[in-house]
Design a binder for this molecule. Sequence first.
Ligand code: SF4
Length: 825
Amino acid sequence: MVDRIADIWGERTPFARGEHWPVRVDQKLADGLVEADIDRWVQSACVLCSNGCACDIAVKDDQMVGIRGRAIDRVNHGRLGPKGLFGSVQGMRSRDRLTRPMVRVDGHLVETDWDTAMSRIVERSKQLLAQKGPLSHGFYTSGQLFLEEYYALAVIGKAGIGTPHMDGNTRLCTATAAAAMKESFGADGQPGSYLDIDNCDAVFLYGHNMAETQTVLWARILDRIAGPDRPFIVCVDPRDTEVARVADVHLAVRPGTNQALMNGLLRELFANGWVEESWVHEHTIGVDELRAVVDPWTPEKVAETCGVDADDVRRAARIFGESERVLSTVLQGFYQSDQATAASCQVNNMHLLRGMIGRPGAGILQMNGQPTAQNNRECGADGDLPAFRNWENPAHVSELAQLWGVDSGVIPSWAPPTHAMQIFRYVEQGSIQFLWVSATNPAVSMPQLERIRSILDQDSVFLVVQDLYLTETAQYADVVLPAAGWGEKTGTFTNVNRTVHLSDKAVDPPGDARSDLDIFLDYAARMGFTKNDGSPLLDWEGPEDAYRAWQECSRGRPCDYTGISYERLRGGSGIPWPCNDEHPEGLTRLYGDGVFATEPDYCESFGHDLLTGATVGEQAFRALEAHGRAIFKVSEYVPPHEEPSAEYPYRYTTGRTAYHFHTRTKTARSRQLNQAAPKAWVEISPTDAAALGLGEGDVVRVTSARGELVVPVRVGDIREGSVFAPFHYGYFDAAASVSSGHASAANELTVTEWDPVSKQPLFKNAAVKLEKVADADGPSDAPTTTASRPAAQGTVRATVGGHDGEASSTVDLEAWTADRAEALS
Ligand code: SF4
């Protein structure tokens, strides 16, 4: 049997352009079990990344004991990756699951019953509302709850309490995706589809290490690469990732310079006449301004700014310009970097210039990081108004007030929603005194951790934490609530390409744990939130009631769910939204008709200035007269605020490994995944290692102006002058501790700074120094696969060829890359 820890993407099932991606059903059962032992299979989808792979959960003796991919589903055609196979079930059934609520007594968390815990929460909440009003309350949630739970939370926050201080950790992973689509197209919602992989001529991956972050999606691309008519691959990433290794062009840009690269690529499209003039004229506005802004960005200027080869910029632009169908994907290398929204909008601009949107093979995937990030954004638990309504549009606010049976004035719409970094600032300053954190772990995932820890530890804030385990964050809580998780509750969620899946309850949660929806409904009832007619604000009895309420909320909006019922989702494939009378099977691609969501009365946002983040405002937006046309949003390049210096000479960037998800709350509890990547490390280039006298496994202190890490070195394939750290590692399972000077969390070093439009923090660029602390006692624990593999591992081989009907073959990657470069030039 294939070792799916070592062989992350599994066996190749090659297919040609336009063909159906072959089915391959992946399955993992607990040791010693065979299919005949399984009592029942329960339909679900994986929640360990944003790909949304459909699966069935194996149940035996009322325990989850395995998982298999669903062959029928349009997303994964039966496949699952290592996290889905080894982390889904194991991550839920560790013996240290929270099973009872806890409250803080004399400084210690002690177990209690639900009534005591909820009474404490409600007492504090009522007291603060009476004394200080709604702005005393903040909610910080997740990208891992279900749609029904986010919608309940959004109604509680907006119509029950009336606070604008609501956000999710989606602010850290996917806020820029939403922002870029609002700016360019008028509303959130992926234009493209995974099916575009099956039809494209080229895939551009911008700051997207898909090979590790969405392994099943990458398997689909590998299968196209292994088939005839393979697509060209262009990779923008400072590391030599698996994507880079099969790329026709690898642009290893200096961190913080994405906007300069994008301006240069756009200039090449103009300079070479690769512009669909008539389509641009009919369906867009602002092309002249775009041309003027990008004009100075010659390939040579890009090369100097970004540290790449000018000819590689030309080659990449040529692939885009001469292809009929390009799929672009964007992720954290852009979203968590300087000028995040600006650079991501330029990806949209590339497609708009070529009219490559809304048709098979020609798509954009502004990716999400987390499985249910899309639902957080749709439902408004991230602060936005539900169903992509515009907080600056009074008619949209009135619609919600009518739907919820409350006055418009209750719904906070007098200012933009408060983003996560500002919520924590308000806690720090003492104006937010009630913070409810659900299914996320800011004590590891937010930037500049020493500051975050001090904020969570403040006496002035009453902290509620709702999670599966006693996380690093939960240890600061006044009340800890044990939540039911995946397989222990029913609900729906929506993946990157708008495909909705149902996840049915397979087993009971452990002990007294309750679903997040139950907990929110209990809080709303105890608080006595009502509609204007005196009836309960939330009178739902379970998830399907919440879902039906959401369907009504989404009616007529871009994310229309009215045609997707629980019943339709059971048994078949997931269904993409919008799904309604007009699109009864769901719409695979948006904007195929060239009509965008920029009508002022319909759009989700009036937009922002990409450089400063200032809102455009209704009057100026109406004056644009976009009226269904897409908008070329532009920005000058500005260098990062924190540059390497004599004291801190290296650029620091963070990211993920294929074997862990977020702060490892689930994946560290999987034996196989944890063995693959058990402890933190940092990666540096062979050249820097030699200059610093460092070898593989030597222990280094990495220091920024904000903190330090002490971890082993992996000498790997990363651009010279850069240092990479995986962000997953915290302290819940670490023998060493922060106080003993052996910090290992990557965010000890990151900056408190964010993109002006999306408010997404900048995790991808900080200045650091390195010094040796101890000699190696062996290689570091970094994975020996993927982008983290040692630099001197030997000849890298790849499956290549297959363009224009030629057969594919396996060759030496270095020689092949050189050949391709020559051919392209
Ligand atoms: S690719 Fe993502 S959704 Fe699919 S099995 Fe892996 S972790 Fe789960």
